[in-house]
Design a binder for this molecule. Structure first.
Ligand code: XLS
Ligand code: NI
Ligand code: NI
Length: 444
């Protein structure tokens, strides 16, 4: 097979901070040990097949701009050669970039047939093809997912569709894609409910749709155990877009949903940075909420744009934003099956083939820098020492008695009658922010 990324003939190397080579890593040194693990083991980078290989720059105002010759309008069996060319280019990219993982939707890797059966057979053929590339390159699968939002049949949703025929179709598609993911040894399986939401409540029965979604997810978990899939099932929160309201609004909504349908401990969350900001939160908040709620799973690393109110999926560039997220992840013990998937796409004018390398190199360096800062902050207890001090009262008799149910509202009332006015202490926010800034500057 012929090379696609001919202007990047060699694998990307780590060259360190003094390097002026734009096609080298300045921070990401895969084998460097940080807090007991290599950077590669901590970060578990994945490339998203859809943005990088199955999208040519098309937007709602205009045609594709990017050079993706395999996107040629063919479908069905006739599109297999193009799907194979796309896959060869994808694995060439994974290998040259040196990422351990990739992620895909069923429709990203395989052409769509004219019946469910034909699509299933085509997917199986491309899964065979992927197995060959994975064995040859050593690239692994972070997660697979079924696209239940692009085809017009899903205009009113998949699991939450008013027509049970669509629920049934979506269930069959997830069944097949989960099995494909299992066959490829995927570490996780993701469900992002792009159209599981509503456009107007005038035509929507909210309670019924949530019950449908609960039933659907339960079936996914049952099937996971049935086939012996050992990966983690992940829900990906997003507040809206394409629907006006999406049921998996944010981490808190997902957690409440999982609790209601008795799925805690079975299903975790895949947090996307740009979805966090669309929900009116930030990356730091969503990770902290997931860790606190025991549902943290994996990350879709990207960035929004302060001036654009939709999911623009830029590559991550803010070391500070990513440091705050990595701090929570490291505190929680790091990733288990999860990882950092670049659910990010090039800007439409980035039309050179090597732009895809520049984008990922920048994202990987940003995350590696953030990892180093977060690890140093934790090692020095630069933030956590202050945090522990702030809650020290809870180790004292009053705090312990309250937590051990030794007080009632009335006994605290009695106590207040004889107690002095409680003292106050500084929250030290600016001081803590300065500490983070100092570590970002100093870490090497
Ligand atoms: C869209 C989502 C999507 C999921 C996978 O906004 O981020 O890309 O990650 O279906
Ligand atoms: Ni995503
Ligand atoms: Ni997204």
């Amino acid at each position: 097979m012929s090379e696609f990324f001919t202007t990047v003939p060699e694998p990307i190397a780590y060259e360190g901070l003094d390097s002026d080579n734009p096609l080298a890593f300045r921070w990401y040194d895969a084998d460097r040990v940080v807090a007991g693990k290599t950077m590669a083991e901590h970060l578990r980078f994945a490339v998203a097949y859809w943005h990088s290989f199955a999208w040519d720059g098309l937007d709602i105002f205009g045609a594709g701009t990017l050079d993706r010759p395999w996107i040629d309008g063919t479908a069905g069996e006739a599109a297999l050669p193009a799907a194979k060319a796309k896959m060869a280019a994808a694995f060439e990219f994974f290998e040259k970039l040196g990422v351990p993982f990739f992620c895909f939707h069923d429709v990203d890797i395989a052409p769509t047939g004219s019946t469910f059966k034909e699509s299933a057979v085509l997917l199986d053929q491309m899964v065979d093809e992927a197995q060959g590339h994975m064995a040859r390159t050593g690239t692994q699968l972070l997660w697979g997912t079924a696209n239940l939002f692009s085809n017009p049949r899903f205009q009113a949703g998949a699991a939450t569709n008013p027509d049970p025929e669509l629920f049934a179709y979506a269930a069959a598609q997830v069944c097949h894609c989960l099995e494909a993911t299992n066959r490829l040894g995927g570490a996780n399986y993701v469900l992002w409910g792009g159209r599981e939401g509503y456009e107007t409540l005038l035509n929507t029965d909210l309670a019924r749709e949530l019950d449908q979604l609960g039933r659907f997810l339960t079936m996914v978990v049952e099937h996971k155990h049935e086939i012996g899939f050992t990966g983690t099932i992940l829900l990906e929160p997003k507040p809206f877009e394409p629907t006006k309201h999406q049921y998996d609004f944010d981490v808190a909504a997902c957690q409440a949903f999982l609790a209601k349908y008795d799925l805690l401990g079975e299903v975790f969350v895949n947090i996307e940075v740009n979805h966090a900001t669309l929900a009116g939160h930030d990356f730091h908040h969503e990770i902290a909420a997931a860790v606190a709620g025991g549902v943290f799973g994996s990350i879709d690393a990207n960035a929004g744009d302060d001036r654009l109110g939709w999911d623009v999926d830029r590559f991550p560039v803010s070391v500070e934003q990513m440091t705050l997220g990595m701090l929570e992840i490291l505190r929680a013990g790091g990733f288990t099956t999860g990882g950092l998937n670049f659910d990010a796409k090039l800007r439409r004018q980035s039309i050179e083939r090597d732009d895809l390398f520049h984008a990922h190199i920048g994202g990987m360096d940003t995350m590696a820098h953030a990892l180093l800062v977060a690890a140093a902050l934790l090692e020095d207890a630069a933030i956590d020492g202050f945090r522990a001090e702030r809650y020290a009262g809870w180790q004292q008799p009053l705090g312990q008695q309250i937590l051990n149910d030794e007080h009632t509202l009335a006994s605290l009332h009695d106590r207040a009658m004889g107690a002095p006015e409680p003292g106050r202490s500084s929250g030290r926010q600016e001081h803590l922010e300065n500490i983070v800034a100092k570590y970002i500057d100093r870490v090497r």
